[in-house]
Write a protein that binds this ligand. Structure first.
Ligand code: COA
Length: 330
């Protein structure tokens, strides 16, 4: 059997309705709109409602992606949810999303933890599984309710994150040239402590002491991560272009992880890719981790920034530290 060529057949996204502005945040912690905007480019972010969980956000995005692909839940036999904010420590949020979407028991459903690189990791995993011929159509979802793990007393992190979901349907190409050209993943596990949630796992189980010590919230060495992020994304972009004998001029649109406008600007400068070829929505949604790239990708497509025949470059970095890139033709 010939190896099928895999393409993204549709995308969808969802953001909660509640908008949290910098102005509002400056009433909760010692910060200002000016500080947040100049250091990060973020103006506002979305916050999920109480009772709205990651699987709810994921299911909304997935439904939109299925419609865009012209498929239904019955067509899906592989479901991956990339998230660091699962509904529960177990079972996998993917199984909960499966039930919400009405996907049958024939489907393999699992979560993937690669933090902000989760969607690129999911694309790589799903496209390899589909290319094996053992699965036909996959839903890859990046979904996060980061507001549930942010320390709202810590001004160094709480201004950065938001809630959202984005999804893509993958399957055999429909003969229009669309395909996932390449994916490349990396990890630097020695830097795991730079960005983590210290407690709640087997190394440091939840206890009254971990709760009292605010150990269930995101802890981050922001300044160090900034430098590493730019270097990692540069490496990922250079290598994937080189391996596929492509140049930056052939990329119609870069969809970077939306963590900080200054990181995106630094990448644009060092890679000599003009900033107007980067799709940027960090100003409106902040850093939504695993949801960041699929949300931006879906918006970019809907706004006509990604057109048929275009090649897009997705590039991510996140906790782990994980990083990676993907080249996708539409
Ligand atoms: N409001 C006002 N002041 C703040 C603040 C806030 N929300 N957060 C931090 N500060 C203060 C710091 O306390 C520090 O004060 P000091 O000089 O008196 O010590 C000062 O601002 C500068 O802090 P610094 O951390 O050096 O700022 P920065 O320019 O590096 O910007 C980040 C901080 C977090 C925005 C930036 O480092 C960043 O984006 N890093 C990458 C983080 C990231 O991408 N994480 C996700 C990975 S997926």
């Amino acid at each position: 059997m010939a190896t099928p060529t895999i393409a993204i057949l549709g995308t969808g996204s969802y953001v909660p309705t509640r908008v949290l502005t910098n102005e509002e945040l400056s009433k909760k912690v010692d910060t200002t709109d000016e500080w947040i905007l100049t250091r990060t480019g973020i103006k506002q972010r979305r916050i999920a409602a109480e009772g709205e969980s990651t699987s709810d956000l994921a299911a909304h995005a997935a439904k939109a992606a299925l419609i865009d692909a012209g498929l239904t839940a019955a067509d899906i036999d592989l479901l991956i949810v990339a998230t660091i904010t699962p509904d529960l420590p177990m079972p996998a949020t993917a199984t909960i999303v499966q039930h919400k979407l009405g996907i049958g028991t024939h489907a393999a459903c699992f979560d993937l933890n690669a933090a902000c690189s989760g969607f690129v990791y999911g694309l790589d995993t799903a496209s390899a599984m589909l290319a094996s011929g053992r699965y036909r159509h996959a839903l890859v979802i990046g979904a996060e309710k980061l507001s549930s793990v942010v320390d709202w007393k810590d001004r160094t992190t709480c201004v950065l994150f938001g809630d959202a979901a984005g999804a893509a349907v993958l399957g055999p190409t429909r003969g229009d040239g669309a395909r996932i050209i390449a994916t490349k993943l990396y990890s630097e596990g020695g830097m795991a402590e730079m960005l983590c949630i210290p407690a709640g796992g087997s190394a440091n189980p939840a206890s009254t002491a971990t709760l009292a010590g605010d150990q269930h919230f995101i802890k981050m060495k922001g300044r160090e991560i900034f430098k590493v992020a730019v270097r990692e994304m540069e490496d990922a972009v250079e290598e994937i272009l080189e391996q596929h004998a492509m140049t930056a001029d052939q990329i119609a649109c870069v969809i970077p992880h939306q963590a900080n406008l200054r990181i995106i600007e630094a990448l644009s400068k060092s890679m000599e890719i003009p900033l107007d070829r980067f799709f940027i929505n960090v100003d409106r949604f902040g850093n939504t981790s695993g949801a960041s790239i699929p949300l931006a990708l879906d918006e970019a497509r809907r706004l006509g920034r990604v057109r048929r025949g275009d090649t897009t470059l997705l590039v991510a970095f996140g906790a782990g530290l994980t990083y990676g890139a993907a080249l996708v033709r539409w």
